[in-house]
Design a protein around this ligand. Sequence first.
Ligand SMILES: C[S@@+](CC[C@H](N)C(=O)[O-])C[C@H]1O[C@@H](n2cnc3c(N)ncnc32)[C@H](O)[C@@H]1O
Length: 392
Amino acid sequence: MPKKNNQGSGNFEMIAKTYHGLEDVLAKELLQLGAQDIKTLRRAVKFKGDLGFMYKANLSLRTAVRIIKPIKSFKVRNEDQLYEELRNIDWEQYMTIDDKFAVDSFVNSPYFNHSLYVALKTKDAIVDQFRDKCGMRPDVDLDQPNLRINIHITDETCTLSIDSSGKSLHKRGYRLETNEAPISEALAAGLILLSGWDKKSHFVDGMCGSGTFLVEAAMIGANIPANINRAHFAFQDWPDFDQELWDLIRSSQLKRATDCYGKIIGYDLNPETVASANVNIKNSGLEDYIEIHCANFFETTKPEGPTHLVFNPPYGVRIQGDIPEMYKQIGDTLKKNYSGSEAWFLTSHMEGLKHVGLRASRKIEIYQAKLECRFVKYEMYQGTKKMKKNPS
Ligand SMILES: C[S@@+](CC[C@H](N)C(=O)[O-])C[C@H]1O[C@@H](n2cnc3c(N)ncnc32)[C@H](O)[C@@H]1O
């Protein structure tokens, strides 16, 4: 079957999905990368760009978890109408008979009750079209499809999109080893960007687990594209994949890499966790920028020079323990050993936060899937705040 071009030329609309609380960070990343017509949505940002920009966005965005390309939007009130609309799409533009596909469906409509049934109808329309045209049907593969189709029905508006990313973009490719409660790579990068780290101060993660904040900080510090270690993106399976353009985008994005100034330092109590973090850091190729120590954060001190801390301590969800006492010790350590620096941490343990004993200067609501969290900022002034303003 001949392969066809599904993009056309010029700009088209795309939607990058992210976490609740990171929409503005993602919009800023898109602006810096050169996207057009940027509009912030709920857990997503809409924008326009061309084929090369779609490759660049998948490669470089730190806070997106997937990028989808809407291909058709229509009004629909029942399953038969839906089936007809979907059969009228020329699916050969997007896949061949040999490709495997999957359908994700999201339904919020009085006309459709079951998102799974919508996904089944979509699959039927595609399979029936191929069977009618060439007597054979393409297979479904939910785990590793060549084409992932996204169908979204809100009220009576149905939007059909194709997914240019494939596996979630938080799967960067460097983290093969995890501890009990690793944070998503895209969320970690988003929190570092949200914290306003200036890339020059030392970066410290006092409870680094598998090392996610450390690797993401090193990539941000050295301006390395977030997904440079990733083996595959869905758009590479699309009929119009342009290898030359992709090679050009990759090399031009890599040319923008710089040195990482400030030290990037991680501590963790658990020797096995430190060993896995070291494996991940090696996989990322950023070991020259990161140092990691098996140590109790409560016994560490601030490195010489301006220091910025970002970490997620145990919340008591997947890792148990006396959380209020631990958070009190975090506050004491920050006060005594890290004066003159600023610290941010993410937690879902709202009660624990009351025991930190420092006044938070910012609190941002973040969701990790359905888990409500706070990203909290503490500024440890040298002396009191009053003294800083008026030394006399
Ligand atoms: C929620 S996990 C951090 C996850 C990490 N951000 C990642 O992506 O894998 C919390 C970590 O804190 C470590 N930890 C707990 N108490 C500590 C302490 N007093 N000093 C250093 N590490 C500690 C645990 O061993 C665990 O690895």
